[in-house]
Design a protein around this ligand. Sequence first.
Ligand SMILES: [Zn+2]
Length: 86
Amino acid sequence: MQSRSPIRKCVGCGARRDKIELLRVVNNKGDILVDPGGRTPGRGAYLCPNLDCLDQAIEKGALKKALRKEISDEIYTKISEEIKHG
Ligand SMILES: [Zn+2]
């Protein structure tokens, strides 16, 4: 059976999953935004919605690389809050 949504790769654990199962983080003109709807334009990265994957992505530098932006504590907190509450 074919999946309806595209497959994306988590920048943390590297798992390939349905796009809708992943949390999109986007660099929108220099602002890092969490984009649950997947509609914000800009350079995006995908994460499984859990803190382990966020931590892995930070530790490997994968999120920074994907978004071409340093991940500050503020950004980290914003993403982790979205994971916890979103
Ligand atoms: Zn993951």
